[in-house]
Structure formats: structure tokens, C-alpha cells
Write a protein that binds this ligand. Structure first.
Ligand code: AGP
Length: 612
């Protein structure tokens, strides 16, 4: 996914758009670029491979770049390697039009060939460059940039979030979206456009969320939204409900560490105001219109990707255990192409932190096409998935900047727990059982705080394992998905190969990997399968594996068996994932830092994958 920022107004554009893409660098960071139109009506482009700070350093410090209109882009390469030539913005043949783009133009080859026949000259390997030449083609016919953009986008198959400027219309900024987020920031005598509110919130909290197949013509004092069919659109101005301090590292070295330490608060925010003590149940906003349907659901299908998929797996255990409703969990990318069978009375739940993951968005549209009711569990207000679902609940985790998801995972699980409680109490769960769950949930933020106090101890363990090349994570029941999540955290930020398995499954092959060089992380809270996990630990110990256990104090035999123990407080089995994942997040974080990795911006990754 890429980051886009545009500015038009009374201030200098350059510092605003550079600062803006820095706030979006977590979205994609292999190259970046800017385009401004200065007072001499020159369109100036500057772009560079590598981090935005390198772009900033290399921009000529001369008056030419003084301008009140500019666009900027930070890239996560889809088509074309991350080089300066392939970086955005891209221009037309004459160098009069500049375009930045987030998304994929699926028919770009066909369009490119057709334009080349019309003597358009291409210099990059990207799909985006096609847009610049297409707009040029229609601009020559219409002499109107907004119209030329609309005509061009009608020919495009695929997704886009774009911003366009043209030196022949130096008082306009055109933007458009389909499938990639785009937000208009409304200021006083100035206006903005960005792919994420994080780039705007320091300037204005008044925003407009664009919808698919809409374009907008922005001037310093106005904006005109139209559909691709040239129909005017009136849209309410929304207010962003958080401020810039929420996207600042503060005292932490990385956003990921800050977000790990935010979890006592973010988990509390996920259930704040959603508990009905008197009725010993929960109350999730947005569900009310679907109460009757929810009474009759016979099956739940959870769809997600990555960490959100792991949260969905925890949700399977929660919903089957507490609400006694059959659940299946699907990878979004698989669901959308395998012609799934959707029985009547199926509730589909799509989980997505960003609310922009292309596979999840496509899967939810497929589920709706098959007549399912779709609930969203997302973190970004106004995101595409949040707006596409029939109803949903925000997890209220606040902006999650670190590419490796942490607080969103525990907040997703918290909302899934609340949903399981609500559905359970609607069916068979007694008030006493409901009360027991609610009382224990209330203790979780404090228990997470206690685990975070082990940070230094976990760092010491990480120091002993920072050079490992492989690792195994094993858990049972509710903690099998946590084993998968722990392995993903280590993989994605430290580039160490790690696998998660159900603990018992280790005997069916992975045990062949065990030797004195293989650390095995066992998630072993003292629950109903603890003794079984102990047997698995014995099996690993017998083969000289190194054992790191996540366990409760005074659990029998664990001190005898484990090489390292990270203690966590006791809780109900259903709530253990909220505790057992914390040490795994910290272990992955410290190993990555010790290996010199860029924890917030791991290689090859982006915060939200808005392409297939
Ligand atoms: C998680 O640490 C990864 N960054 C990735 O797996 C992520 O969970 C996945 O891309 C889904 O993102 P979403 O929750 O925004 O849909």
C-alpha cells in the first residue's frame, strides 16, 4: 500500500506534503517523490529510491520549489522495482501533468499499448504511468483536468486512489478513488487530500471520506465531488476523533513498542461502555438493527488476513465455547476464489485493522453477493471495509502505526469476546456465567500491565536467542492461534523463520526439527490441557530443544522442564490469549531490535495490503 498527500492553499506546499508522507511512511517506504507547481507555472518533480528522509535531503534548496500546490507519494512497489524512475509522481509526455497513485491498474498493459500506438512515450515499468498519459490524451480533447481524469478512470479496471495536478490549471488539485482510501481534509483557505487521516490531522480534523468511483476538484476554498458519471455528490463533513499525539512515538524507540505498552488502555477501550452489568451481557453498537437475524444465525464464517486471521481463530474458540455457534475461519484470499458454500442464516464477520485490505474487502463483497449478513470488526473509522459491511464494531485501538499488528490483535479478540458473550447470553449462557466473564474481563488491563513489567527479563531472553535461524511456537486450544501469532511477529520483524503449531501436532513431523539450536516457545497456562502441554515439553526436552515457557506461577513441573519461564497472571481460558500474546510480542520486538531490524518498517512489508 502507498501513501498519498496533496495540498492546495495559502501556505508553502512542500513542507506540508513532505511531513504528510512521513506520517504515512509506515504504509509503504521503498521510494518516494513530490510534484509542485510554482509561481512561474513550472511543474517540478523530485523523487528518490529509499526512505523519505533521503528524498527530503536531496530536494534542491532553491526558490523554484516555492509553491502553494503540491502532491507527494511514498511507495510500496507493486509493478516495477523500487527505483527512482519507478517512484511516483509520474508525468505525461509533455511534463505538464503529474499523478500519484495507490492501487493496481489491472488493464494497464492494454492501455499502455493503445497509448503507445498514439505515440505516447513511457519511461517506467509501473502501471501508474499509464494514468498520466491517459489524462494527457483526454486533456488535449477536453481542456479540463477534472473531466480528463474522469474520462480516463472510466477506462481503468482495478483500484486507485490518485491525486493529479497540471501546470495549465495551477489552481486545482484533482483526486479520485476506487478501492483505495482517500480523504479530503477541509481547512480555512486551504484544502488537503490524503490516503490516511494521519497525514491531515495536524492541519484539520474536518474530513470527507470519498466513496468508490468518485472524483473531486479541490481549490483553496472549495471542493466539488462528482461520480465518474459526472453526477454531483453532496457529502457530510466528519470530524476525526483523535489528535496528532496519538501518532507520536513519545518516549518509545519504535511505534511497535509504544503500541505493545498501550494494550492495558486499548483493551479497556475495546470494552468500555459495552458491558451491561445489570443483564450480565455486552452491548455492541451497530448490532441493534440485526438482533432478529442474530437470534437465528446457525453458522458464523470469520474472514480475514494475517494477524486479523489469527484473531479470527481465537474468535472461533470463543464463539463455539461461549455462544455454542459453529464457526469456520477463512483466509480472505482463499474465500473469494473458492466458490464457498454459504448456508442460510450465516453471519459473516470480516476482521481488519486497517479496513482497507484488498483480499478482505473483496471477500466481504463476495459474501454479500451470496446473501450473507456481514459484520465488520475494524479499527479505522470510515475505512472501506467499515463502510461496506451491513453493521459492525470499531475496536477503538487508536492509530496503529507499527507494521506488525499488536494492540489491534488484542482489541479484536476483546470485541470477539464481547460478541460471544452477547450471543451466548441471547441463547443459553446463564446470568451467573455472564457475570463471571464480565468480572474477569475487567481484571485483564491490570494483568496486562503486570506482564509488561517483565519487559527487561524478556529482553534478556531475547539476547540469548537473537542469532537463531528458526523457532517453533506451540500452544493448545485458545492458545494455538496465539502460537501462530507469536511466530508471525518474529518472522515479520526479525526475518527469523518461525512456525506455530498446535502443540500435539509437533509429533507429526515438526519434532524432526528439534535439536539444541531450536528454541521452542510453549504457551502453557495452567488450563484444562496443561498436562498435555507438559508432555509435549518433555518430548522436546528429550531431544535437547531449548524451552521458553509462557506459564502461570507455581504451575507444577514447569520450573523443572523449561530453560526460561515468562510468568503471566491466571485468568479464564477464554481470556488467556489477551495475556499469553504479550510476552510473544515483546520477545519478537527485542530479537528484531538486537538484530538491527527496522521494527516499524520491516523489509518488503506495508501496514495494509490494498493490493491482491
Ligand atoms: C500483522 O502484523 C501484519 N502486518 C499483517 O499480517 C496484517 O495483519 C494483515 O495484512 C491484515 O491487515 P488488516 O488487519 O489491516 O486487514
Amino acid at each position: 500500500m502507498c501513501g498519498i498527500v496533496g495540498y492546495i492553499g495559502k501556505k508553502q506546499a512542500l513542507p506540508i506534503i513532505i511531513e504528510g508522507i512521513k506520517r504515512l511512511e509506515y504504509r509503504g517506504y521503498d521510494s518516494s517523490g513530490i510534484a509542485v507547481i510554482n509561481d512561474e507555472n513550472e511543474l517540478l518533480i523530485h523523487k528518490k529510491e529509499g526512505k523519505i528522509v533521503e528524498l527530503e535531503r536531496s530536494i534542491p534548496n532553491d526558490k523554484n520549489f516555492i509553491s502553494q500546490l503540491g502532491i507527494a507519494h511514498t511507495r510500496w512497489a507493486t509493478h516495477g522495482t523500487p527505483t527512482t524512475t519507478n517512484a511516483h509522481p509520474h508525468t505525461d509526455c509533455s511534463g505538464s501533468i503529474a499523478v500519484v497513485h495507490n492501487g493496481i491498474i489491472e488493464n494497464y498493459q492494454v492501455l499502455r499499448k493503445s497509448l503507445q500506438k498514439k505515440k505516447h512515450n513511457f519511461i517506467s515499468d509501473t502501471d501508474t504511468e499509464v494514468l498520466a498519459h491517459l489524462i494527457e490524451h483526454f486533456y488535449h480533447k477536453t481542456k479540463n483536468l477534472h473531466t480528463a481524469v474522469r474520462y480516463s478512470l472510466r477506462l481503468v479496471k482495478g483500484t486507485f486512489g490518485i491525486a493529479v495536478i497540471c501546470k495549465d490549471e495551477p489552481n486545482k488539485l484533482i483526486a479520485a478513488r476506487r478501492g483505495s482510501p482517500l480523504i479530503i481534509g477541509v481547512g480555512e483557505g486551504e484544502n488537503f487530500v490524503a490516503s490516511d487521516a494521519a497525514a491531515l490531522v495536524v492541519h484539520t480534523k474536518n474530513v470527507i471520506y470519498m466513496e468508490d468511483d468518485e472524483t473531486v476538484e479541490i481549490t483553496p476554498d472549495d471542493f466539488i465531488i462528482k461520480t465518474l458519471a459526472n453526477i454531483d455528490v453532496e457529502r457530510e463533513i466528519s470530524e476525526i476523533d483523535w489528535d496528532i499525539s496519538k501518532i507520536d512515538k513519545g518516549k518509545f524507540d519504535y511505534f511497535m513498542l509504544k503500541e505493545i505498552f498501550e494494550q492495558p488502555t486499548s483493551i479497556a477501550n475495546a470494552f468500555r461502555g459495552r458491558i451491561m452489568e445489570q443483564l450480565n451481557t455486552s452491548r455492541l453498537g451497530g448490532i441493534t438493527p440485526y438482533i432478529d437475524e442474530l437470534k437465528n444465525i446457525k453458522q458464523i464464517c470469520i474472514i480475514a488476513c494475517g494477524t486479523s486471521w489469527h484473531a479470527g481463530l481465537v474468535g472461533e474458540y470463543l464463539l463455539e465455547d461461549i455462544a455454542k455457534i459453529p464457526v469456520e475461519v477463512e483466509y480472505a484470499s482463499e474465500f473469494r476464489y473458492r466458490n464457498p458454500i454459504m448456508n442460510p442464516n450465516t453471519l459473516v464477520i470480516v476482521i481488519s485493522q486497517s479496513g482497507e485490505t484488498a483480499d478482505t474487502l473483496a471477500a466481504l463483497k463476495e459474501a454479500k453477493t451470496r446473501g450473507a449478513i456481514v459484520m465488520g470488526i475494524t479499527n479505522v473509522i470510515g475505512s472501506s471495509i467499515a463502510r461496506e459491511t451491513d453493521f459492525g464494531s470499531y475496536i477503538h485501538a487508536g492509530a496503529e502505526i507499527g507494521v506488525a499488528s499488536t494492540k489491534a490483535f488484542t482489541s479484536q479478540i476483546t470485541v470477539l469476546f464481547l460478541l460471544a458473550l452477547f450471543l451466548g447470553r441471547m441463547r443459553h449462557l446463564s446470568p451467573v456465567e455472564g457475570a463471571k466473564y464480565i468480572q474477569e474481563l475487567d481484571t485483564i488491563p491490570e494483568k496486562v500491565k503486570q506482564i509488561l513489567e517483565s519487559n527487561d527479563e524478556i529482553k534478556k531472553i531475547a539476547e540469548q536467542y537473537k542469532d537463531v535461524r528458526n523457532a517453533l511456537y506451540l500452544g493448545r486450544g485458545y492458545n494455538f492461534p496465539v502460537a501462530l501469532e507469536g511466530a508471525l511477529k518474529l518472522k515479520e520483524i526479525s526475518y527469523v523463520h518461525a512456525e506455530g503449531y498446535p502443540a500435539a501436532e509437533m509429533k507429526h513431523g515438526p519434532i524432526a526439527l528439534i535439536d539444541e539450536n531450536m528454541p521452542v516457545v510453549f504457551i502453557a497456562p495452567e488450563d484444562f490441557v496443561y498436562d498435555k502441554v507438559l508432555s509435549n515439553i518433555e518430548e522436546v526436552k528429550a531431544r535437547k530443544g531449548k524451552i521458553i515457557a509462557i506459564a502461570n506461577k507455581n504451575s507444577n513441573s514447569i520450573e523443572r522442564l523449561a530453560d526460561h519461564i515468562i510468568y503471566i497472571p491466571r485468568t479464564l481460558p477464554a481470556l488467556t490469549p489477551l495475556l499469553t500474546v504479550i510476552p510473544l510480542q515483546l520477545l519478537a520486538y527485542h530479537i528484531a531490535v538486537l538484530r538491527g531490524c527496522n521494527v516499524d518498517q520491516p523489509r518488503n512489508l506495508a501496514k495494509s495490503v490494498t493490493v491482491e
